[in-house]
Design a protein around this ligand. Structure first.
Ligand SMILES: Nc1ncnc2c1ncn2[C@@H]1O[C@H](COP(=O)(O)OP(=O)(O)OP(=O)(O)O)[C@@H](O)[C@H]1O
Ligand code: NI
Length: 250
């Protein structure tokens, strides 16, 4: 099958120090798959997402190329074919009411009604629509970001940590929504340092360590004592999960 999204040798470099924060990352996503991207804080997951969309801070530059259906992506693809759920809730427009921000990206009939449906599915009251971002809690703002992404109906969703700050029930609801998205045929790059959540959703898991992808493994390889996993760092992540109760001896 031909990949829908290809990240080809993406590096992200500091303009002054020439430090490589991301080093030659290559990843392909097949249509309809969920790829989980996990790794420690500071390993470069958010930079990867920002690099895909050319949304890097000005002190960094990127090399490499990103392809959507085998052609280089353009600024036009963002919000149409590919959508980005940023890690920071500050990405919401502070001067526009939440409902309008969702309605703006809806390309279907009855956008108002669609927007209200989305709010409801994400456990948000309809009054939320007439609030400004500063009036929302962190968890509410994050759900609004997810609603905006879902409203676009883009084929590829790149979600950077959509679950932190949510209570357990809302977190489960957001995970269910991503599962529904996948069932409707969307392709998802799901970035999380919550390895557990990654495993629940993903078909494959890419493991990032210090700016490099050290392993891409099928979700099914994460079982037992991890002997199907290749890289020591991946094994360590797996064995560190509390439910694995791994003591280091067998
Ligand atoms: N504008 C910048 N200038 C210099 N270094 C940066 C810049 N932005 C990010 N970095 C560094 O790049 C590394 C990767 O950052 P990134 O935000 O991608 O990590 P992450 O894996 O998303 O972490 P987290 O799980 O905490 O969100 C970090 O060491 C960070 O300090
Ligand atoms: Ni991040």
């Amino acid at each position: 099958m031909k990949p829908i999204l290809t990240i080809d040798q993406l590096s992200i470099v500091h303009r002054v120090s020439e430090q490589r924060l991301l080093n030659q990352v290559t990843l392909s996503l097949q249509p309809g798959e969920v790829l989980g991207l996990v790794g420690a804080s500071g390993s470069g997951k958010s930079l990867l997402a920002q690099g895909i969309f050319h949304l890097l801070p000005t002190n960094l530059y990127r090399t490499g190329e990103i392809y959507y259906n085998k052609r280089p992506i353009t600024t036009h693809d963002r919000g149409t074919n590919l959508v980005y759920i940023p890690q920071s809730v500050e990405a919401l427009d502070p001067l526009m009411k939440v409902g309008k921000q969702i309605v703006e990206v809806i390309r279907e009939m009855n956008p108002e009604q669609k927007m209200l449906e989305l709010l409801q599915r994400l456990g948000l009251q309809k009054e939320m629509a007439s609030k400004y971002p500063f009036q929302l809690s962190g968890g509410e703002a994050r759900r609004v970001l997810v609603a905006i992404a879902f409203a676009t109906q883009a084929e590829v969703v790149i979600a950077d940590e959509p679950t932190p700050g949510l209570d357990e029930a809302t977190k489960r609801e957001v995970i269910t929504l991503f599962q529904e998205l996948q069932q409707s045929g969307k392709t998802i790059l799901f970035i999380t340092h919550d390895f557990d959540v990654g495993l629940q959703l993903a078909d494959r898991i890419a493991v990032m360590n210090q700016g490099e992808i050290v392993e891409v493994a099928d979700q099914t390889s994460f079982s037992g004592d991890g002997d199907q996993l290749q890289h020591p760092y991946t094994k360590k992540l797996w064995q560190a999960l509390p439910q694995n109760d791994f003591t280091g001896s067998s």
